[in-house]
Ligand binder design. Sequence first.
Ligand code: 5GP
Ligand code: 5GP
Length: 228
Amino acid sequence: DLGEQREFDYFNLALQWPGSICQHTSHCCSSNACCRGSNAPTEFTIHGLWPDYNDGTWPACCKQSNFDEKEISTLLDALEKYWPSYSCGSSSTCHGTKGSFWAHEVEKHGTCSLTVVRDEYSYFLTTLNVYFKYNVTRVLNEAGYLPSNTEKYPLGGIVSAIQNAFHATPKLVCSKGAVKELHLCFFKDFKPRDCIIENENYSSRSSCPKYVSLPAYVPSAAVDHVAV
Ligand code: 5GP
Ligand code: 5GP
């Protein structure tokens, strides 16, 4: 149901961790989001730039977007590398038609932040720029939180490393004890701010345990899995 919604409060840059996503799949959707072979990304990649409300809810699907890949042709190399889709099938857009992951994200989220990112091109360019400026993978690596299939890390340590680097509190999303997503939040001028962490009971799926893993991508394991 597409319709105007009230003005949003802040941005949420949602990142996904390939090591966790690839644990549950061995698809190879494209050369850039391949959960097998040597092409799997080893850094957080982009899920989307999401407008949010301070009460923990968010607007969605504010306008039809008519996504046109030609408008972002100069960004495609970067998008394929840093904003890959790990689902091989197409995504459904707000009104149920099928499109790419990018088309889905700009229509569901981008159309609700048009006061700041005014068109499709700015939505993708802005998201890439913020992603490059706030390099979460580098911050975690420098703090000693390296991808591993044996280590577990204190959630509080990961959160502190981000807080020390960006002076803002991120939100982590886990699946089976592994970090699946990391959300970084920004004021509308893209200065970092705290994310809103909803009541843990509100969505138990999104809460992480005290010790979490950052799974490393293991090419041979995924290929073996395919062979079985
Ligand atoms: P999940 O249920 O997997 O956490 O989220 C499903 C979808 O809901 C996400 O892909 C995203 O489109 C939307 N969503 C989940 N959490 C948030 C949030 O904090 N802010 C916004 N804007 N959308 C969210
Ligand atoms: P969201 O949960 O962001 O609202 O919706 C995600 C949609 O994009 C789903 O239809 C999902 O199948 C599709 N999709 C395509 N590639 C990806 C991906 O790499 N990660 C996630 N979370 N969803 C993806």
